[in-house]
Design a protein around this ligand. Structure first.
Ligand SMILES: *Cc1c(COP(=O)(O)O)cnc(C)c1O
Length: 394
């Protein structure tokens, strides 16, 4: 008999009743150190007092009005995002997938308004992830996500990751846009070099194609910059944001330049919930904390120390690990043993880590994780690796 919850997930046999900072508690009081943060969502940890205050204060005032009316908190959050980025304008969604969906619609409409309605080709990359909608799976293009769901939304071409020659061969005036994660998340914490991102910007400019960065996982302070592409000193035309921006409240956004957004006039797109007062109260509180130089510098400082310790762990356990990957507090351990063996063993050490493709274990802690918690995480990772390594020798 089918379970009452549609069985599309394979869940770990764990269930939490309470969270505090980087810790999650089971009903029996067992405490887990959380290096997954709800898949890069809980950027300020669980039950953060500032976010809880923003949420409960707004909950007592006004939850939802629809976008039929002005929403001052939505405008305040959009202003903050515009001030802090390349963007001129912002549309709010409830999820990353919806942000991806709008980016694709915005691209289509852009070329339609430019009297080139046939210019629909969007270039995406092997190993990418852009969400689970019909457009999102067509964009990612992997067999794992598209199998059985055809016919797929047409117009997507897929190129090898980090291959500049392949890109240059494909770029011409039929290309409407290129969509790319500056650091692939689900694909296995695979960063692109600054040089590649800059070359990509130039290649798009040469043919007038729009450049879309999916920063749903790598953005909102995760790499020590507010957005990961800032490291490469380049900018997109459109950017997808979600996950961290709501700190656990469902919220996403599409940021765009005035030019890229020029086709999106009144009535061309909308959302019932997107950017409602409750979501934006939390989003503003997240931005006020994360988008400060001190906060981002602290992320970089902690990330540097964490990475160094992880490099030591990889050196000490060469049968278990191959390499450390990533940037800032978006870290991956490329494994030689099956990544799920490590993840399951980590549960025994009350440590939560997250799988990714390419046999990688992801570490995506809350950005306000403490130095002491990083030390505790290393101890738990070391005993997990030792346990798995011992199993290999038996
Ligand atoms: C999580 C994620 C998405 C999808 O976001 P949802 O909120 O799950 O719809 C899209 N792109 C990237 C890079 C992601 O990490």
């Amino acid at each position: 008999m089918i379970p009452s919850v549609l069985p599309t997930y394979s869940r770990a046999p764990l269930s939490f009743v309470k969270g505090q900072g980087s810790w999650l508690f089971e009903a029996d009081g067992r405490r887990f150190l959380d290096l997954g943060a709800g898949i890069a969502v809980n950027v300020l940890g669980h039950a953060n007092p500032d976010l809880t205050a923003a949420l409960t204060e707004q909950a007592g005032q006004l939850w939802h009005t629809s976008n039929l009316y002005e929403i001052p908190l939505q405008k305040a959050l959009a202003d903050k995002l515009v001030d802090a980025t390349f963007a001129d304008t912002v549309f709010f969604t409830n999820s990353g997938t919806e942000a991806c969906e709008l980016a694709i619609k915005m691209t289509r409409k852009y070329w339609f308004e430019k009297d080139q309605p046939g210019r629909v080709k969007i270039i995406a990359f092997d190993g990418s992830f852009h969400g689970r909608s019909a457009a999102g799976i067509a964009a990612a293009g992997s067999e794992k996500m598209t199998h059985g769901f055809g016919p797929l939304l047409p117009g997507f071409a897929h190129l090898a990751f980090d291959d500049l020659d392949a890109l240059e061969a494909e770029m011409d005036e039929t290309v409407a846009a290129v969509i790319i994660e500056p650091i692939q998340g689900e694909g296995g914490i695979r960063p692109l070099s600054d040089a590649y991102l800059q070359a990509l910007r130039n290649a798009c400019d040469a043919v007038g194609a729009l450049l879309i960065f999916d920063e749903i996982q790598c953005g909102m302070g995760r790499t020590g910059k507010l957005f990961a592409h800032e490291w490469a000193k380049t900018t997109p035309d459109i950017m997808l944001v979600a996950k961290g921006i709501g700190g656990g409240f469902p919220l996403g956004a599409v940021l765009a330049t005035e030019n890229a957004a020029s086709g999106m006039t009144a009535g061309t797109h909308g959302s019932t919930y997107g950017g409602n007062p409750l979501a934006c109260a939390v989003g503003n509180a997240v931005m006020d904390i994360v988008a400060t130089d001190e906060f981002l510098a602290d992320v970089s400082r902690k990330a540097g120390a964490f990475r160094q310790k992880l490099e030591g762990l990889v050196d000490a356990q060469p049968e278990v690990f191959e390499a450390v990957r990533g940037s800032g507090l978006m870290l991956g351990l490329k494994c030689k043993v099956p990544n799920m063996d490590l993840i399951n063993a980590a549960y025994e050490n009350q440590l939560l880590i997250v799988p990714a493709s390419d046999n990688v274990v992801r570490l995506l802690p809350a950005l306000n994780i403490t130095d002491d918690e990083i030390s505790q995480a290393m101890k738990r990772l070391e005993s997990t690796a030792k346990f798995v390594s011992k199993g290999l020798k038996q």
